[in-house]
Design a protein around this ligand. Structure first.
Ligand code: CP
Ligand code: NVA
Length: 324
């Protein structure tokens, strides 16, 4: 938190606030060592150790701002923050002055005087960037139209729990090249696994993003053949065919039907786990048989949002004196 009034120094101002805030904006924005450290904090939290035992966020408050609906992100952040000793304020953007024209930057400056970190779920990555630029407390990406980094931290944690280290392994994405797919691309670059993306050509993530990842050393394979993508994969992943930030009325069902993750497709990946960030649209991108089947680990994945985000919070708000 920034220094507040010179006349009345905030009791919340600590040595941790002397440095630039540690934002968690994208997997691509952090180095591998930092991402690994966040996962270690999250894994320790899951075991009831580390930040779960020390409760380092006593006296700290997190603001959660939602421009879009949420079940997992809202509840997992709230529970994580409370278990770390902290408190939360949950805000709907449409009930804030933000919803009637107050700027993102002014909102960031004001909230930075009240709370110790801000999470934003928005349909515009530009708003997240603007919030982080003006905030003097850490800002966390709770999903934008471009990415969903908290989800991918939970997904990597889930993969490693079930399959061991992800480096050198093969993850196959089938469906829309959406925000979650883009965070998987970031993760392939940072965690060193092969990502096969099976999407219609028109729904591929942007060529510049693929080029960035390859330039970072990632192996990204693009195909329109879902069977080729999943063959021998260690994980098969999909997501909704229409995302919250897509234009109202968007329908791609005919285009994406060949990419449905069903029992026939999974038969080509007998050793793979199945991941889906949820909410699922049963009978569209995934069948009941796969979602509820033996290869599915979607409930572990949903649970790991809590643990991975506890790691994110503990890292973002780590006092300077405790940093390695
Ligand atoms: N996966 C995910 O972010 O779920 P919510 O939309 O429910 O937060
Ligand atoms: N791609 C989906 C993810 C929901 C958690 C969306 O943006 O709506």
């Amino acid at each position: 938190m920034a220094p507040r009034s010179a006349l009345r120094p905030s009791p919340l101002a600590t040595s941790a606030t002397a440095a630039a805030p540690r934002h968690f904006l994208d997997v691509s924005a952090l180095d591998r060592g930092t991402l690994r450290r966040i996962l270690e904090l999250g894994t320790a939290f899951k075991r009831g150790e580390g930040p779960a035992a020390t409760r380092p966020l006593v006296g700290r408050t997190l603001a959660l701002i939602f421009e879009k609906p949420s079940t997992r992100t809202r509840v997992s952040f709230e529970v994580a923050m409370r278990r770390l000793g902290g408190d939360v304020v949950v805000l709907s953007a449409k009930e804030m002055q933000l919803g009637r024209g107050e700027t993102v930057a002014d909102t960031a400056r004001v909230l930075s005087r009240y709370v110790d970190a801000i999470m934003l779920r928005t349909d515009s990555a530009a708003k997240l960037t603007e919030l982080a630029a003006a905030a003097t407390v850490p800002v966390i990406n709770g999903l934008t139209d471009q990415s969903h980094p908290c989800q991918i931290m939970a997904d990597v944690m889930t993969f490693e729990e079930h399959k061991g280290p992800i480096a050198g392994r093969v993850v196959a994405w089938c469906g829309d090249g959406n925000n979650v797919a883009r965070s998987w691309i970031h993760a392939a670059a940072r965690f060193g696994f092969t990502l096969r993306l099976a999407t219609p050509e028109s729904l591929r993530p942007p060529a510049e993003l693929i080029a960035w990842a390859r330039n970072e050393g990632a192996t990204i394979e693009l195909t329109e053949d879902p069977v080729a993508a999943v063959r021998g994969a260690d994980a098969v992943v999909t997501d909704a065919w229409v995302s919250m930030s897509d234009a109202p009325g968007t329908s791609r069902h005919n285009l994406l039907r060949p990419y449905q993750v069903n029992e026939a497709l999974m038969s080509h990946a007998p050793n793979a786990i199945f991941l889906h960030c949820l909410p699922a649209h049963r009978g569209e991108e995934v069948t009941d048989g796969v979602l509820d089947g033996a290869q599915s680990v979607v409930l572990d994945e949903a649970e790991n949002r809590l643990h991975a985000q506890a790691g994110v919070l503990a890292w973002c708000l780590e006092p300077l004196s405790a940093r390695p």
